[in-house]
Design a protein around this ligand. Structure first.
Ligand SMILES: Cc1cc2nc3c(=O)[nH]c(=O)nc-3n(C[C@H](O)[C@H](O)[C@H](O)COP(=O)(O)OP(=O)(O)OC[C@H]3O[C@@H](n4cnc5c(N)ncnc54)[C@H](O)[C@@H]3O)c2cc1C
Length: 263
């Protein structure tokens, strides 16, 4: 029996686990697959770096500004030397650091456990059920925190939220690529599109970058995300920064993003 059961060891779950374990609670952190790399731009704000100072010791880009392009390619650039820097990371590395920090202060990780339902007693939720390689498992706790992302089944079963509506979501595709490029490693590059769309290139250092784009609301039904992505990475304005024709794709994936509430 734990005090707190947390479903999902992404940034939200791991941060909750860390805070509660530090405060003396017995925390079970339930994760379906700790090796999953969430499709993400990997932009990490300076506020996160304050909470995880160990990240600053890594060989990471120090982002101090941005280049923004309007739909007709008007360009706005800003750079501030006087602000705390943000950075860009491989998302798997960020998740591992946050999860390990929670484990170091006492949270117990239960990996390869897919949460699929609550355990209820007298109309109260007293735990969660998971599917693990050794069969169905039950985790009991006084407090249950659902932090298993936007495809969460538990969030819907809890009655706290309903299924996403098309106008509430965006869907994005991104990749980590490697190869010679003209990116300034102090900048992120963001593009706005004439339809409900956007794109980005974020430098990762060591000739790597995260590139991606998304479409939002009803445009998800109108456009094909793979076509939009192919068009985006081949766009002549993008090619100014990544002129090569044969970048090594380290990883790629697509995922929905909520457009309402907290991302
Ligand atoms: C394409 C894209 C680009 C983005 N770019 C950025 C960016 O550059 N910077 C930024 O700050 N934010 C970005 N975001 C948003 C960011 O990814 C989210 O805000 C963040 O991941 C939310 O963290 P979370 O812990 O709530 O959920 P998630 O990161 O989704 O974590 C949920 C965790 O729960 C686990 N899980 C899921 N289902 C179950 C289950 N049934 N049982 C057990 N475990 C489960 C998952 O494996 C995962 O570890 C982006 C999002 C997308 C989709």
């Amino acid at each position: 029996m734990h005090d707190v059961i947390i479903s999902g060891a992404g940034p939200s779950g791991s941060q909750c686990a860390e805070v509660l374990a530090k405060a003396g609670y017995r925390v079970a952190l339930i994760e379906r697959d700790a090796n999953w790399r969430k499709p993400c731009g990997g932009l990490v704000s300076s506020r996160v770096l304050k909470l995880y100072p160990q990240i600053k010791k890594l060989n990471i880009p120090k982002i101090r500004g941005g280049v923004l392009y309007s739909a007709d390619y008007h360009r706005v650039e800003y750079r501030r030397k006087d602000i705390l820097f943000s950075t860009v990371m491989d998302r798997l590395e960020l998740d591992n650091i946050m999860r390990d920090t929670a484990i170091d202060v006492g949270a117990e990780l239960f990996d390869k456990n897919l949460a699929f339902d609550f355990i209820s007693k007298n109309q109260e939720k007293i735990g969660i059920k998971t599917k693990s390689p050794s069969g169905v498992k039950e985790y009991h706790g006084k407090i249950i925190i659902v932090a298993d992302g936007m495809s969460s089944k538990l969030a819907i079963k809890s009655g706290l939220r309903s299924k996403w509506k098309t106008e509430e979501i965006s869907t994005a595709k991104c990749a980590i690529m490697e190869g010679a490029n003209n990116l300034d490693e102090e900048f992120i590059y963001v593009y706005f599109k004439p339809y409900m769309g956007y794109g980005w290139i974020f430098p990762l250092g060591s000739n790597r970058f995260n590139i991606g784009c998304g479409i939002a609301g009803e445009d998800i039904l109108r456009y094909n995300l793979n076509d939009i992505y192919t068009e985006f990475i081949g766009d002549p304005k993008i090619k100014e920064y990544i002129p090569g024709s044969n970048y090594k794709i380290i990883w790629s994936g697509s995922y929905p993003v909520p457009m309402v509430g907290v991302l």
